[in-house]
Design a protein around this ligand. Structure first.
Ligand SMILES: Cc1ncc(COP(=O)(O)O)c(C=O)c1O
Length: 469
């Protein structure tokens, strides 16, 4: 079905600030041409969305949930439009994926052109250039100027699995350390690495062996300096595992699903130094924090660390399924030929999308836009926190910011308030996501194409929802 909606100016080559300020135009090359407005014409869900949700309940496995009860039909700039004609403000980017903007014109054009030419050969059967192009771009963009190589996959979990495979092969060791509050995916190995039981792991065991958990630096709750928190984690690694048995330490530089936890200064560098001294592969899982989300291309840069391996996915390809492991050439090359791969990994359509998205990250001022968005989010949320101590902490970097909701007297997590605020915001046409081991964090992950007025309006709605609860 076609949606004859007024056009929003958003053409390749424009900066996103231009986009946000622009009005309608007929001179566009395509892409998200939606009015940049919050518009509710029915209750959420409206009747058409309701119909789809009923069909979903009948046809789709119950385990596949959803947060926002709509039938999404179009998205772009800072909105998602549903089948009933409602236009919702998007503060979630499909969980940190559409960072360049949904249906970004250059990404959509690259997908269409590639799909018309060649959709698949399997890179392991007949290589093609776009896979190598993406690898070259990743090798250049990820932290560190050492010699690097990449391998491409389909999902974040698959990238994490392969990073562990590579680290084990390189070191000849088996143990892996992950952290409290970590999220690394839903496959068997990555469920084992993930910390939270419900809903990710409960009932799905047994999990892979040789996975150990260390305490994360969580300044709001542990009160420790980065050095002290690292010493605690390192002590566990030394005493309970032994460096000689440890293949890899995997960590999200800023944790995603676990609650946007930003470690104290010095925590990550101390871990990297310890890993380097003991021949342990340090893996930064940048699946959620990567690709301009934090105002740096990768969150590792905020902390001044150079990981041995970096896993990426989500924002890499503007919404197409693509993931990667990138890292030191000698580690990446430790695996025998044929040891890495998969039928679809580095699919040419996904690679074409990634090249267009990476162009946008590099040329459209997106790092600056992420920082601007972060400034707006942080100022508004801190002012809310000033008036309402149930916001225990506002934290994050760039367009990856969160508010943790607590009992002001005890700091006990307040998951009920968090859920109520998020539900009310969604009912008012603002897409927000929650996260956190204790379910008491609202996270803000807007597309970088969101105009300021929508971001501010979304925050007004959250403030009203909070005041009402
Ligand atoms: C840090 C991190 N690692 C891995 C994953 C898993 O990625 P995917 O859902 O693409 O398998 C996620 C997904 O949220 C993530 O945030």
């Amino acid at each position: 079905m076609l949606y004859a909606l007024p056009r929003q100016s958003y053409a390749p080559g424009m900066t996103l600030a231009d986009t946000a300020a622009s009005t309608t135009s007929d001179t566009l090359l395509g892409g998200p041409e939606l009015p940049q407005e919050r518009r509710l014409v029915t209750a959420i869900p409206g009747p058409r969305s309701q119909q789809l949700l009923e069909r979903k309940a009948a046809a789709v496995a119950a385990g596949v949930g959803h947060t926002v009860p709509i039938e999404a039909v179009a998205a772009g700039g800072g909105v998602v439009v549903d089948a009933d004609g409602n236009s919702l403000i998007d503060l979630g980017s499909g969980i940190a994926v559409t960072t360049v903007g949904n249906a970004h014109p250059a990404v959509a054009a690259a997908i269409a052109a590639q799909a018309a030419q060649l959709t698949h050969t399997c890179f392991m059967v007949s290589p093609y250039a776009s896979y190598v192009d993406v690898a070259e771009r990743l090798n250049r963009l990820t932290p560190g100027d050492h010699s690097k190589k990449s391998a491409l996959f389909n999902s974040g979990a698959e990238a994490v699995e392969n990073a562990i495979k590579i680290a084990r092969k390189h070191t000849g060791r088996q143990a892996v350390v992950a952290f409290d509050h970590a999220y690394h995916g839903r496959t068997n190995l990555t469920m084992g690495l993930t910390a939270k039981s419900m809903p990710y792991k409960s009932g799905f065991g047994p999990f892979a062996s040789e996975i150990y958990r260390a305490p994360m630096s969580y300044p709001y709750r542990d009160g420790l300096s980065g050095a002290d928190a690292a010493a605690k984690a390192i002590s566990i690694m030394e005493k309970q595992i032994g460096a000689d048995n440890l293949a890899a330490v995997i960590i999200e530089p800023i944790q995603g699903e676990g609650g946007f936890i930003v470690p104290a200064d010095g925590f990550l560098p101390a871990l990297v130094d310890w890993c380097t001294a003991h021949g342990v592969v340090f893996i930064a899982d940048e699946v959620q924090s990567g690709f301009a989300r934090t105002g740096e291309m990768f969150a590792s840069e905020i902390f001044g660390i150079v990981p041995d391996l970096v896993t990426t996915a989500k924002g890499i390809a503007g919404g197409m399924p693509l993931a990667a492991v990138t890292g030191r050439a000698e580690i990446m090359d430790a695996t025998h030929t044929g040891g890495l791969g998969g039928t679809y990994g580095g699919n040419p359509v996904a690679c074409a999308a990634a090249l267009a998205a990476i162009d946008a990250f590099e040329n459209d001022g997106l790092l600056g836009r992420a920082r601007e968005i972060g400034g707006i989010l942080r100022a508004r949320l801190e002012s809310l926190q000033h008036d309402d101590p149930r916001i225990g902490e506002v934290r994050g970097h760039g367009a990856m910011i969160a508010a943790e909701f607590v009992d002001p007297d005890t700091k006990a997590p307040d998951a009920a308030l968090t859920a109520a605020v998020a539900k009310a915001a969604i009912a008012e046409g603002v897409i927000v996501l929650t996260c956190g081991t204790y379910g008491n964090v609202i996270r803000f992950l807007p597309p970088l194409s969101i105009p300021d007025h929508l971001l501010n309006e979304g925050l007004d709605v959250i403030a009203a929802a909070l005041a009402a609860h």
